[in-house]
Design a protein around this ligand. Structure first.
Ligand code: NAD
Length: 376
């Protein structure tokens, strides 16, 4: 299997030239992480970059010099007014996603929004209402689901090789001093329960289904205190699914990384038939085979061009192309996409439950939050 991208129809591990004539045309808002999508889309058949927008003229000029074939603007209204943009892809700071999604829906665009979908209950309600009112569709850019080891792990799960998943253990750890310097909004306008924990909490929800109850604890690291970070930046979260299965998630954004021991993101699935582990940013997938042997698949060197744009470790080019291809294929074929608007709002409620549980040191039930968001 090493050397082959799994599971995303249309995606190749070389850059395809045979563009689908019905490919959806994407306008990207927010040109730091969004620039990765502009570049990454060269890998996709059914999604094509058409335009970019950022309120910072320097970002626009820098992207324009690299991609003179695309249309650029500093005015979001101008991007939304373009008839040749089918899908708006949103990569602005977390707390602006709600407003940017609603405006895109109201302009008749479908939306691809990076994680976290939103970081507040009022925005969760607004985007759900606007999506239902306008009938537009949305894809959450949960990049981890679309990274090679996680795709392989999911394919094995869907083939039944793990049996019933009885316990899910996920984490995302990353020292974030560089991020506070680059993106000061991370200090006061969001919370790491949304920004960072959105990866492991989404993975828990993906395998456990609807969650019934959450317990969580939080603390500030020395780095968070130094930068005056408002919310906690160390979290441990425990969940019980509606069907009684268990999961835990952990995040630490002030830690000193020990990457050969613990990758930034890891997902352990303990199943009735097998155990498996997927890792980011290394590209390892490990599992217990039928005869009891431990197997490691490590396609990093085979697939580094695809995922990391020829660097050994780098930005998320492959994952972003995968979720854009998945979403645009679903729009063209009129098939479901995941995670969609409703699942994204449900995962927001899980993050919010964990934030409230850590703030109050009390367990939190999901049902009242789902009702508050408008999901039941
Ligand atoms: N793995 C992943 O999928 C992943 C990784 C990193 C970041 N993200 C998410 O991507 C988003 C952006 O993160 P980033 O690291 O690029 O942040 P950033 O601060 O580096 O970039 C945000 C960009 O948005 C622009 N912007 C801000 N307000 C705007 C507005 N009103 N209109 C137009 N442009 C505006 C800024 O000028 C900036 O260029 C965040 O939500 C973050 O959580 C996802």
């Amino acid at each position: 299997m090493a050397g082959h991208i799994v599971h995303i129809p249309g995606i190749r591990d070389t850059f395809p030239k045979d563009q689908d004539p019905h490919a959806k045309r994407i306008g990207v808002l927010g040109l730091h992480e969004g620039r990765t999508l502009l570049t990454g889309l060269a890998r996709a058949r059914r999604a094509v970059a058409i335009a970019g927008c950022d309120s910072d003229p320097a970002k626009v000029e820098s992207c324009r010099s690299e991609r003179p074939d695309l249309a650029f603007t500093t005015d979001y209204a101008e991007l939304l007014a373009r008839d040749d943009v089918d899908v708006v892809a949103i990569y602005t700071p977390d707390h602006l996603h709600g407003e940017h999604i609603v405006r895109a829906f109201e302009a008749g665009k479908d939306v691809l929004c990076t994680k976290p979908l939103v970081n507040g209950m009022a925005d969760a309600r607004r985007i759900l209402e606007a999506g239902r009112r306008t009938g537009r569709r949305l894809q959450v850019g949960q990049s981890t689901r679309f990274f090679e080891p996680f795709l392989r792990q999911r394919a094995a799960f869907e083939r039944g090789e793990l049996g019933e998943v009885e316990l899910v253990d996920a984490h995302y750890i990353h020292r974030m001093d560089w991020f506070y310097a680059k993106s000061p909004w991370a200090i006061a306008d969001t919370d790491w329960i949304y920004a960072g924990l959105s990866h492991p909490l989404d993975l828990l929800r993906w395998y456990l289904g609807p969650i019934r109850e959450v317990q969580a604890f939080g603390r500030h690291s020395a780095l968070a205190k130094q930068h005056g970070v408002q919310g906690f930046d160390i979290y441990t979260v425990q969940v019980v699914a509606e069907d009684g299965r268990l999961g835990r998630a952990m995040g630490h954004y002030g830690c000193h990384e020990l990457p050969t021991a613990r990758n930034a993101i890891e997902l352990m699935l303990y199943g009735s038939k097998s155990t498996s582990q997927a890792q980011y940013h290394d590209m390892r997938y490990r599992y217990v085979a039928e005869d009891g042997s431990e197997v490691t698949e490590d396609p990093l060197y085979a697939l580094r061009h695809h995922y990391f744009n020829s660097e050994v470790h780098g930005m998320h080019y492959g994952e972003f192309a995968h979720y854009a291809e998945h979403f645009c294929g679903a729009l063209i074929d009129r098939t479901p996409n995941a995670p969609d608007l409703e699942e994204g709002v449900e995962t927001f409620c899980l993050m919010e439950a964990a934030r409230r549980a850590a703030a109050t040191r009390q367990p939190v039930l999901l049902a009242p939050l789902l009702a508050e968001a408008g999901l039941s």
